[in-house]
Design a protein around this ligand. Structure first.
Ligand code: 3PG
Ligand code: CO
Length: 554
């Protein structure tokens, strides 16, 4: 039986205001011209790094430290915020899908049996991100799923492929589409009618998040369900090659296309009696599409035709909404998060970010659960993001507005924890625009300053950390760590996250002078932060939480 009551910390007081700042995509790497954080003017973050040596350290933010399959897996915001909020390391979606596919258990589950009912007479549609990024999905899992489904009766398979360029290098879409297309051609030789039916860039088609822009999801619906798109091609490989040849083309933003047959008819619209699987394991950018596929009442855009389908997610994307209701692999059961504990122990929380990262400090932080634990104790504020732009044109984003909300929340005296995510270094880093990313890092640093100044004013405590690396390394590197050149001798811009550790700094006038980082947690990671923050609120974390990073010396 679990009790929500946390033990009192023997030395640390309750009632202090704790500002919890997460810089999205802010890792630590050596100084060089591709490290936008070191190139940018960041006096606030520099002063933390060069301040008290036992109050600044690095923590691991990638691989097994955040529940990913291997140490080659870069960190990401979902697993990073899950670890920060939950204080424990859970095997994450990527890993759970690997296990389920490897053991074959995926084919015995409720979700697969549900969609299988359609195999006899309908088409199986697979929709998702096609790359080996491992953040939202992985192509090897898609191929295994196609194989497994075809061996279990799926006779007609259509894949709706979203091109990446954000978790992997821009331009890599061509090779991923080719791999899939070749694999489906092999299946056709075995008598399975399998092919790619539609596509488009992930940031322009289907994969919006936190309701930033429903038009993105609509473009996907039109191509995948209605078989309508501005571009029509005979093959997906021809599609990506042709669309990439346009000036300024970019995998993330390729326009939607459908594949048509000799007579010009779309080869794979979704119709009554079909099965649909969204094969991304990560939730944030699938929730909106899942709503469009699953909800009877839906007013976000005109679906025109709503086919009667059997729909399953690779995972269940939202545990609170139970969305979707059918899924192939059970998601990690991220329970008893720090946010839930704190509401039970009198800690009032304010959380804020702008739209594109709002769910990170709420939904992901709370273990992929939407809504409040206790509306009396919590307030979540979303600053609307600019939509329809790539953030290199507005690299300051809403950092200032988020910092002002945090400042006002701290000064209001209503909250004990004021938690924000500053998106700049990540969102602009993903565009691959180095000059803009430098501006972004500076803007985030200025926002941190405003929050720290406010903490100073009220005698509070701050924790400044990040969820994973991104802006600290903007170039693909070879094994020696030098920029890796492509066949034409050019550097390759890294739009993705990295394997780097992230800083965590603590301080503020409310922090007892004897508080310092322990020396015996050298491999500490993001999951150690929750216990640390509970201490700063005056509590001892539950026994099964990863250990705290701090100690109090007299
Ligand atoms: C995205 O969804 O934007 C990227 O794939 C990962 O970025 P995030 O993990 O920082 O959100
Ligand atoms: Co990111």
């Amino acid at each position: 039986v679990n009790s929500w009551k946390l033990a009192d910390h023997p030395k640390l007081p309750k009632g202090k205001v704790v500002a919890m700042v997460v810089l999205d995509g802010w890792g630590e790497a050596h100084d060089n011209q591709y490290n936008c954080i070191s190139v940018a003017e960041t006096p606030t973050m520099d002063s933390l790094k060069n301040g008290a040596p036992d109050r600044w350290r690095l923590v691991r933010a990638h691989g097994t430290a955040v529940g990913l399959p291997t140490e080659d897996d870069m960190g990401n915001s979902e697993v990073g915020h899950n670890a920060l909020g939950a204080g424990r390391i859970f095997a994450q979606g990527a890993k759970l899908c690997d296990i389920a596919l490897e053991s074959g258990k995926i084919y015995n589950g409720e979700g697969f049996n549900y969609i299988k009912e359609s195999f006899e007479t309908g088409t199986l549609h697979l929709i998702g991100l096609l790359s080996d990024g491992g953040v939202h999905s992985r192509i090897d899992q898609v191929l295994l799923l196609v194989k497994g489904a075809s061996e279990r009766g799926a006779k007609r398979i259509r894949v709706h492929a979203l091109t990446d360029g954000r978790d992997v290098l821009d331009g890599s879409s061509v090779a991923f589409v080719e791999t899939l297309q070749n694999y489906l051609a092999e299946l056709r030789e075995q008598g399975i009618d399998a092919q790619i039916a539609s596509g488009g860039g992930r940031m322009y088609v289907t994969m919006d998040r936190y309701e930033n822009d429903w038009d993105v999801v609509k473009r996907g619906w039109d191509a995948q369900v209605l078989g309508e798109a501005p571009y029509k091609f005979k093959s997906a490989l021809e599609a990506v090659k042709t669309l990439r040849a346009e000036p300024k083309a970019n995998d993330q933003y390729l326009p939607p296309f459908v594949i048509v047959d000799e007579s010009g008819k779309a080869v794979g619209p979704i119709v009554d009696g079909d099965a649909v699987v969204t094969f991304n394991f990560r939730a944030d950018r699938m929730v909106m599409a899942a709503k469009a596929f699953e909800y009877e009442d839906f007013d976000k855009f005109d679906r025109v035709r709503v086919p009667k389908i059997r729909y399953a997610g690779m995972l269940q994307y939202d545990g609170e909404l139970k969305l979707p209701s059918h899924y192939l692999v059970s998601p990690p059961e991220i329970d008893r998060t720090s946010g839930e504990y704190l509401t039970h122990n009198g800690v009032r929380t304010f959380a804020c970010s702008e739209t594109v990262k709002f769910g990170h400090v709420t939904f992901f932080w709370n273990g992929n659960r939407s809504g409040y634990f206790d509306a009396e104790m919590e307030e979540y504020v979303e600053v609307p993001s600019d939509s329809g732009i790539t953030f290199n044109v507005q690299p300051k984003m809403k950092a200032l507005e988020i910092a002002e909300k945090a400042r006002d929340a701290i000064l209001s005296g209503k909250f004990h924890q004021v938690r924000v995510n500053l998106p700049n270094s990540d969102m602009v880093g993903h565009t691959g625009d180095i000059a803009a990313t430098v501006v972004a890092c500076k803007a985030a640093d200025e926002a941190v300053k405003m929050i720290l100044d406010t903490i100073e004013q009220v005698g509070g405590i701050y924790v400044v950390t990040a969820d994973h690396g991104n802006a600290e390394d903007m170039v693909k590197r070879n094994k020696k760590g030098e920029p890796a050149l492509d066949k034409d001798g050019n550097i390759q811009i890294l739009t993705s996250h990295t394997l780097e550790p992230v800083p965590i700094a603590i301080g503020g006038p409310g922090l007892l002078p004897g508080v310092r980082y322990r020396k015996d947690v050298p491999n500490g990671g993001l999951a150690n932060v929750a216990a640390t923050v509970m201490n700063l609120h005056g509590f001892v974390a539950p026994d099964d939480y990863e250990t705290t990073l701090i100690e109090v010396v007299d």
